[in-house]
Design a protein around this ligand. Structure first.
Ligand SMILES: [Zn+2]
Ligand SMILES: [Zn+2]
Length: 345
């Protein structure tokens, strides 16, 4: 099979690797859609990665000894390889499991954990079934397109009465814009890149502020009367969280989704903010809510997905990400997507 790997600064290569084999509860998924996340930053920084990516949807081709899945099931793959037994894993917070499995060492295989590849290996409980009425491309939103910000919106309880402020309109932030709109909230966003600001507006953001030119906290207070009710920080910008906190009303809620090292806030006590650190969403308890969100978002997802390319063109796709002129990009490891999965093979 083919897979993409980052082998040096500015270099992503498509290489040949062995197809992984199912074993015990580890199933093999034929990856039909591999959404791109932040892997391009590793290429920029020359961080080698032979197991690239953490987002995938596809079809089960070998169910091993799984009693949850059968060959042909259409599925979305969740990140990591949680132990499956600790209090975090069993409650659905497996992202935070301190005891991750090494599924390659367990099975004596060299390869099989990358999503930028044609096949991957996954514990069956970290795979969720995509309902028949949802396309694989839309189902892919259960990964990072919607996942982290869905987790944030759930934890903050954002609904139609809220003003939501989204900091950063990269693929994750755009997912927050779409979901805020889908939940009926009034959505504002913060973004400096003109392409992404325009895309956020087309997705339903009422206003997109440029923090280099505008006093965002002052403007948000002016437009809302008191500040946004909830905010999601996805930008990773040095002052992103601070500026967002200053734009949120007293006793409002703020989620940090971006990975940016230490986070700076203004004094928290006067504002009485509820602050959440959110990595992903709880697919054990909230899968049905995720699929309802995906159905309701509908066409907005197609607007958010700006590029679809075969895996072989991964370098071109990362060039596009480097320039920031994209929403979500989907890679297709097997070419055009067959929605029926294996049923038509
Ligand atoms: Zn665990
Ligand atoms: Zn991601």
């Amino acid at each position: 099979m083919i897979a993409a790997e980052i082998t040096g600064k500015g270099v992503v290569e498509v290489v040949e690797r062995p197809v992984p084999k199912a074993s015990g509860d580890l199933v093999v998924v034929k990856v039909l859609v591999a959404p791109m996340c932040t892997e391009f930053k590793k290429r920029q920084n020359g961080i080698e990665d032979r197991s690239l990516g953490h987002e995938a949807v596809g079809v089960i081709v070998d169910a091993g000894e799984s009693r949850r899945f059968a060959v042909g099931d259409r599925v979305a793959v969740m990140p990591h390889h949680g132990c499956g037994e600790c209090y975090l894993c069993t409650s659905g917070d497996y992202m935070h499991c301190p005891d991750q499995r090494d599924v390659l060492a367990e099975t004596g295989q060299e390869y099989g954990t990358a999503t930028y590849s044609q096949y991957l290996l996954k514990p069956d409980w970290l795979v969720i079934r995509i309902p028949d009425d949802i396309s694989l491309e839309h189902g892919a939103m259960a990964c990072c397109g919607f996942g982290p910000t869905f987790g944030a919106l759930e934890r903050m309880g954002v609904d139609a009465l809220d003003v939501l402020l989204v900091s950063g309109c990269g693929p994750v932030g755009l997912g927050a814009v779409v979901q805020g709109v889908t939940r009926g909230a009034r959505v504002f966003a913060i973004e400096t890149h003109p392409y992404r600001a325009e895309l956020a507006r087309r997705l339903g953001a009422e206003r997109v502020f440029n923090p280099l030119e505008e006093d965002v906290p002052a403007l948000v207070r002016e437009l809302t009367g008191r500040g946004a009710d909830a905010g999601i920080e996805t930008s990773g910008a040095p002052n992103g969280a601070k500026s967002l906190a200053l734009s949120i009303r007293s006793r409002g809620r703020l989620s940090v989704v971006a990975w940016a090292g230490d986070v700076t806030f203004p004094p928290l006590v006067p504002q009485g903010l509820d602050i959440f650190g959110v990595w992903h969403w709880n697919s054990l308890t909230l899968a049905e809510e995720m699929w309802r969100t995906v159905r309701k978002a509908g066409d907005l997802i197609d607007l958010m997905i700006t590029h679809v390319l075969p895996l072989e063109q991964v370098a071109d796709a990362m060039d596009i990400q480097d320039r920031g002129v994209c929403g979500k990009i989907l890679l297709l490891p097997h070419g055009a997507v067959d929605q029926a999965g294996l049923q038509s093979d």
